[in-house]
Unconditional design. Structure first.
Ligand code: ADP
Ligand code: MG
Length: 438
């Protein structure tokens, strides 16, 4: 067990009576304990803003809690990304495995969209280096890849306290490598990675196209693989779509098991919202849960953001939670982003182009199979990529009503579960849409 991690848990328990749930989620949700030295409790928080607030408002409380625990005075040091890397580089022997406490298997909601990746991650966590090596988890942003990676680390840490677990993000691997070369500490760098029992690389796509990093990672991979050490990688796309990745790495990444995570379907979204709300101590009416599940569809990160926002909303306004207040909160949340969303017209244009159809055909009444499928995909993508309501979507298609839009969308959601060809198509069209500057 990591001592700083236990201490952080105790500190948060001690502070519980003084901090509201909102305070904790707002300021501390991505704070991670890094180290406890004789004099200093070292924490990491990625956001500059949160670091500023924590150090101004909460450091005294943290110090008090530490004093209560140890009857001694401790400094509290808050690291940013660069400082964390430097810190880890200076302490390669016990480089902090930054495990997020709440990213456990217990807290991971399983649905059809992530069932496979979850089962694969479980299997690797229970039998490191004996089931799939490497395990390669891929999928779009916000769908739980990092969560699963940390869950594996939690489990392995509990079952094998002696294992050396090394976690790194793809881009940090590069930065660390570059620094080690500059500072002549390349041997330490190699040791750190090649002595791992479990190597977790998050967002490995970042090493693609970087010659030196790929070379180094190739040797790290081989060395670990030959010694039967477990490797787990995540990426925003499968190896074969990592066009700038060296072939020898592509092949290796496919040696074990590829597991994808898909956007959650309605039932899973509902389950996630329910669980998150309960964890935050909110008892939301069914209508509200359903409203969120229907409207916040892109990914789990967005769902979490919405639930947190509603919590803050409730605390601020002292308002009763009903569909009206919630829809206001949800709309508010999207307001800033709405300029950054593609238009329905652009989506229809891209789907039409993909299928060699005219936009008017897609919007119109034609009932041949391809046009119907293309139309349904367009509705599905509009739902996922814009803030349009179901009835707005219906209107885009020559005044169809919201039930048509709803049926079309759930039909595609169903197909995506079973038909990998459709998910490829949806991904390709999404990429084409995202290639525009909207
Ligand atoms: P990714 O790495 O794929 O971009 P993350 O793992 O960072 O996504 O997930 C984003 C947020 O959503 C995290 O806070 C994570 O805990 C949460 N999350 C994702 N999938 C699930 C799930 N199936 N159940 C519970 N929480 C989830
Ligand atoms: Mg991630």
């Amino acid at each position: 067990m990591n001592a700083s991690y236990d201490v952080w848990k105790k500190v948060m328990e001690l502070l519980e009576p003084q901090l509201t749930a909102t305070t904790v989620t707002t300021w501390f949700d991505d704070t991670v304990p890094v180290d406890l030295t004789d004099t200093t409790f070292v924490l990491y928080t990625p956001s500059d803003y949160k670091r500023e607030i924590i150090s101004r408002r909460y450091t005294p409380l943290l110090k008090d809690a530490l004093h209560e625990l140890f009857s001694a005075d401790f400094e509290v040091q808050l690291l940013n990304d660069a400082e964390l890397q430097q810190y880890n580089a200076g302490n390669p022997a016990d480089a902090a495995m930054v495990v997020k406490e709440e990213y456990t298997f217990e807290n991971f909601i399983v649905g059809s969209s992530n069932k496979f990746a979850h089962a694969a991650a479980r299997s690797v966590a229970d039998h490191p280096a004996q089931s799939y090596n490497p395990l390669f988890i891929y999928g779009e942003s916000g769908l739980g890849k990092t969560h699963l990676l940390h869950a594996i680390a939690h489990t392995v840490r509990n079952n094998h306290p002696d294992y050396k677990i090394v976690y790194v993000k793809g881009d940090d691997f590069t930065n660390e490598l570059v620094r080690s070369i500059r500072e002549g500490t390349n041997a330490e760098f190699r040791d750190k990675y090649r002595q791992a029992d479990l190597l977790l690389v998050d967002d490995i796509q970042f090493i693609a196209g970087k010659i030196q990093t790929q070379e180094e990672f190739f040797h790290t991979f081989n060395s670990l693989y030959e010694e039967t050490r477990q490797i787990v990688l995540t990426s925003d796309r499968p190896p074969k779509e990592m066009t700038r990745l060296e072939d020898r790495l592509k092949t290796r990444f496919e040696w074990g098991l590829l597991a994808d995570v898909q956007p959650p379907d309605y039932e899973t979204r509902l389950a996630i919202i329910k669980t998150k709300a309960i964890r935050l101590g909110m008892d939301l009416p069914d209508a509200v849960l359903e409203y969120i599940a229907e409207n916040v569809t892109a990914n789990v990160r967005q769902i979490e953001g919405t639930v947190n926002k509603i919590l803050a909303f409730r605390d601020l306004m002292d308002d009763s939670i009903n569909v009206n207040t919630v829809s206001r909160a949800v709309k508010d949340m999207f307001k800033d982003q709405s300029d950054l969303l593609p238009s329905a017209a652009l989506i229809i244009e891209e789907v039409s182009k993909f299928y060699g159809l005219e936009g008017t055909e897609l919007r119109g009444q034609q009932r041949n199979r391809t046009t119907v499928l293309a139309r349904q995909i367009a509705m599905y993508l509009i739902r996922r990529m814009t803030n349009l309501s179901l009835s707005d979507i219906g209107k885009e298609f020559n005044g169809r009503d919201h039930t048509t839009a709803m049926h079309s969308i759930s039909r595609i959601e169903e197909m995506l579960k079973k038909d990998s060809q459709i998910s490829e198509v949806v991904k390709d069209i999404t990429a084409n849409i995202n290639a525009h500057n909207y």
